[in-house]
Ligand binder design. Structure first.
Ligand SMILES: [Zn+2]
Length: 99
């Protein structure tokens, strides 16, 4: 999806405006006007959105890695269980052959 010149200008204006509130200053958010956060936390801050996406991708990667480790663990447990079943069957046959 292409980004238009207008969208770049809007993003640059957003970042430029956000840079006027770099530290807590007891004012409302300079981007949206809300009084419960400031520019670096604002959902309309395009740089914050990009950073949040980067953080989210890292979290998703860690989550997927953890899921894969769990799946691998389950597979190894299944393999151990299957080996135990085979060992019992072999031992049972060996006992049957003796009798
Ligand atoms: Zn805001």
């Amino acid at each position: 999806m292409l980004i238009t010149s207008l969208e770049y200008r809007i993003a640059l204006e957003n970042i430029t405006q956000a840079m006027t509130q770099m530290q807590p200053d007891d004012r409302c958010c300079v981007l949206c006007g809300d009084n419960d956060h400031q520019a670096w936390e604002c959902r309309t801050n395009v740089l914050r959105a990009a950073l949040n996406e980067k953080i989210l991708k890292k979290k998703v990667a860690r989550y997927e890695s953890a899921l894969q480790r769990i799946r691998d663990l389950d597979y190894s447990r299944a393999a151990v269980n299957m080996s135990a079943v085979i060992a019992v069957e072999i031992a049972g046959k060996a006992l049957d052959d003796k009798n």
